[in-house]
Design a protein. Sequence first.
Length: 270
Amino acid sequence: MLKQALELLGFSTPFIYAAATYGVLHYLDRKASGPAKRTISSWINSTYVDKEKGAAVALEIFDRIYTAPLWGWRAIARSIVYTTIVTILGVWHIYPALFWLATFVPVSFQIQWSQRIMCNYAADYAALYLIRRWLVFGGAMPLLAALTGPLIGVVVLFGFYTVTDVIRFSIQTWSFHPIYFVQGAMDWIRSLGDIHEGSRAALLIPALVIHLWLPLFAVGVLLTQFANYFFKASSWMQWFIKQGQHHPLDAIAYVAAAIVFVIAAAFQWH
């Protein structure tokens, strides 16, 4: 009934994204270890986070999503699958004509778009190593590490873009100077404030948001913690929190799904 009502109101796409968000966290709740669930419950029910346990939980969730070790074929395959899904969704929302144009534009455009997509694949996978290491270093503040983790992915992505641009330009002009790297990096940084609909945005934005599940998880923890304190007097919430001690990621899943739904709905009605 709820799904049909949302579809009538034009919220079917936000509902799908929210349901997918809940599904991922529900899957993680089923797969997470007992110690990890108890640590997440402590995040929700108190402001104290044990340094070692916090780092271990952040790494466990990360490894559940991408598998461990990262240099295995399973991790590579999962990274490719995630990047492909996000890229398809990004193109579909930002510049759907790209699916049709890809077969009719000149070969030079096809090569350029293919290079961007290959950079996205390589950068998304390479960033996993640095993000995982960042979660280890940020063990004392795991939620802050999760909030800032995607910035590493952005830096790696622009690094790959810059290097490929310099290589292509140097081959075309038969010239090279180290300043090209600085100029290329500044060009991509400036592009963040001037992204419009088009093939550039359709291929860039998905690569920028691929790791946003990390801050989404952190915000979900914080808002669930807030809801815990705010509704503590409610008998229904007491039952909900009690169940959350055994299934904390399910509790976070409801909050994260709501966040995704609101954001997706806002973009849809923008």
